[in-house]
Design a protein. Structure first.
Length: 353
């Protein structure tokens, strides 16, 4: 259940080690909401350190201009009435009350995953990309062995494995490498075969300096995220953590970022946005739907999203997307800076090379 506090009470609780234990998902309070109606109230948040608070902190500030810069750091999500141009705050389309109810519902179902996400976003904000990917993978592995994920995994029926081993199509020219996710029957879901094929293709681009890289997807969707049938199939999450670090498309797209343009369309969920967000240029069609659904599975983004998205839209908007699980459209993504252009989705053809 959520705990609603004023800013002064929140500050007093943090200052008392014994009372601070109540501000925790482990104590039954995964969501702490703090109403900040004016600057007088906001000053109680000034300079607070929430780095290690094991709960999601949501500040409701109808006028975010009342928040001094250091007060804004005392929140995982900042909800406002207006989505001020250039800000990193969130003005939920359904209103503040509806947004809080949605967050409360999601965190009630998966408090550990939601809290782990908030903790990871706070920490990775001060890290470089490689270090952020390491901490993300470690947290993701811990959640794979948690009760929330096991509950979700047990609820899914078994599905016939995909017999087709083809995952990625690579086309080369003297100056360009086109990498196309080619598993349309499964909405280009990323399994270990696609991950390894992407790693190989991106590594080949790194080996040829100056090569332009285009990232595309076959079929009606760019990528619907990780292959749900494969989630939790590895018996050793710790070993999976090391494998993610040695075969990391996220790290390679980051290394190539100045040369990568991604072309999104349809569903871009989980890995389908986490990887492209590392690219220097992201185009999307008007029908693009972008979302981070992992919390609903008892997990958190694990394909680089806690590192790539905050560098484009800030950790508050990233947290809101992941905690609610609700997708956003292309126009919202463009306004936030998650994509760079809305067009017809057509990548340059051979004639344009």
């Amino acid at each position: 259940m959520s705990l609603n506090l004023d800013a002064r009470t929140f500050r007093e609780l943090l200052a008392d080690p014994a009372l601070a234990e109540t501000l925790s998902a482990a104590a039954g309070s995964p969501l702490i909401t703090i109403e900040v109606p004016d600057a007088a109230e906001a000053r109680w948040l000034d300079g607070l350190d929430i780095t290690a608070v094991p709960a999601v902190i949501v500040v409701v500030a109808p006028d975010p201009a009342c928040l001094p810069p250091t007060a804004a750091c005392a929140a995982d999500v900042i909800l406002a009435q207006d989505d001020t141009a250039g800000s990193r705050f969130v003005a939920p389309p359904g209103g503040l009350a509806a947004a809080i109810a949605r967050l409360d519902s999601r965190l009630a179902a998966n408090p550990v995953a939601g809290t782990a996400l908030a903790l990871q976003l706070r920490i990775s904000a001060g890290l470089d990309v490689p270090a952020g990917l390491v901490t993300e993978s470690a947290a993701y592995s811990a959640l794979q062995d948690g009760a929330e994920f096991r509950r979700w995994r047990a609820s899914r029926p078994d599905r016939e494995p995909d017999a087709d081993t083809h995952r990625v199509r690579v086309e080369r020219s003297p100056s360009e490498l086109r990498i196309t996710l080619a598993r349309p029957a499964r909405r280009n879901a990323v399994d270990w075969r696609m991950r390894d094929a992407l790693t190989e293709a991106l590594a080949a681009a790194i080996a040829v300096p100056g090569t332009r890289v285009l990232l595309l997807g076959d079929g009606p969707d760019f990528c619907a995220g990780g292959d749900l049938d494969e989630f939790g199939s590895r018996p050793d999450p710790a070993q999976a953590h090391l494998i993610r670090l040695t075969r990391s498309p996220a790290m390679l797209v980051h290394r190539l970022r100045d040369r990568v343009t991604a072309f999104l369309h349809g569903a871009c969920l989980g890995a389908g946005i986490e990887l492209p967000a590392f690219a220097c240029r992201v185009h999307a069609t008007a029908d693009t739907r972008i979302g981070l659904p992992e919390i609903g599975l008892g997990l958190m983004p694990g394909a680089g999203g806690t590192v790539s998205l905050p560098r484009r839209i800030g950790r508050w908007r990233t947290a809101f997307m992941a905690l609610t699980g609700d997708p956003i459209g292309a126009r919202q993504a463009l306004q936030w800076g998650l994509i760079d252009a809305i067009d017809d989705g057509a990548a340059p053809g051979p004639a344009a090379r």
